[in-house]
Design a protein around this ligand. Sequence first.
Ligand code: HEM
Ligand code: HEM
Length: 126
Amino acid sequence: MRGIAKAFFFTAIVYGALGLMLGLHMGMSKDHTQMPTHAHIMLIGWVSFAIFGFFYWFFGDTVPRWLGMLHFALAQISLPVLIVALWALFAGQPQFDPMAGIASIVYLASFLVFGAAALIGLRSQG
Ligand code: HEM
Ligand code: HEM
């Protein structure tokens, strides 16, 4: 499962760079309307994905492969959709609400799959 670990870490760095650029833009322009978008890119994209990367690097071999793949796929599909929806919502486009809702539910599903994978992996460690 080192492949999933590396892939999570790679995407974490991409989201981290994007979120930092948005933070810098917010700071320089003094326009903080996209603060929630910045906060979620940083905390889901950079922090959470990096944590998932560390988890799969150290414990990935104890997790059923299909669970890790399912977690990765659901997380990687839902976050970009959530970011676009948050961006549009905070830019004053309320019609993006359902898109944010669907992305959130898929991200929650990915997190529950991660929870199952982590519990199986950690239990097998005794
Ligand atoms: C280049 C570095 C960064 C810049 C210029 C920057 C800029 C900003 C700005 C301007 C705000 C809005 C503050 C406000 O309106 O009250 C903000 C909020 C936030 N930033 Fe950053 N940021 C940076 C790095 C980070 C990093 C590394 C993280 C997390 C890993 C992070 C997480 C957050 C969070 C969670 C908020 C929301 C805080 C709240 O709810 O009050 N930022 N950032
Ligand atoms: C995936 C589903 C998620 C949705 C739909 C969501 C939605 C929201 C919303 C609507 C706010 C309030 C924004 C505002 O006050 O204008 C918020 C704030 C916040 N969320 Fe999330 N969130 C999600 C997941 C997460 C996760 C997983 C984290 C951390 C890892 C997180 C960290 C934060 C933080 C730090 C704030 C306060 C910063 C701010 O006001 O922008 N969220 N979230």
